[in-house]
Design a protein around this ligand. Sequence first.
Ligand code: G3D
Ligand code: MG
Length: 188
Amino acid sequence: MGSLTSKLTKALSSLKNCPARIAMIGLDGAGKTTILYRFKLNETLTTIPTVGFNVETLSPIKGLTLTVWDMGGQDRMRPLWRMYLRGTDGVIFVVDSADRERIHEAKEELMRVLDTQEMRHVPLVVIANKQDLSGAVDSSYLAKTLGLQQMSNRRWVIHDACAISGEGICESMESLAKIVKEFKSKHR
Ligand code: G3D
Ligand code: MG
């Protein structure tokens, strides 16, 4: 367990001198909090409870903030997301790959976030989580269903993962560090 935490920190280490704001989003139940807890062992997880809106923040390495919340449902919460998304340098979108019924809803929520002027060009890492469950769709199916191929104005990557075992999480963070760095050198 401890070694996973240090591997995760290492995966992000190329962002050490490159302060960045990352938003980790997805429908409730996708596995975001589970992923955060993979980092948590030597870190404090701060929970900011707002009425009906739970935000978790973590700083896995100096200068890097990871802000996490659930999407979907409550329209009245959308102005709050906008606030948390301001100045975002990268988005991690976590999907429950076994919940086929909600993939379409997940796509709609993702598009709502990305289709704003402010989020133009901001890079995207999709975590196709819960690959251990039977019936999980794989990352290439998910990429098609989420319409990632049509996103020509931003870098995106997708990884199969299992937040419980930690599989695929380090790879996701390595990709994140890489594309966020590129984005910041070009657009910020
Ligand atoms: P969220 O923060 O996105 O809402 P959570 O999601 O991290 O709370 O996870 C929701 C449930 O999915 C949790 O189960 C969690 O253990 C489970 N989960 C997360 N990742 C995986 C995974 O990769 N595989 C499997 N099989 N389950 C996963 P509970 O039972 O606590 O609700
Ligand atoms: Mg959660």
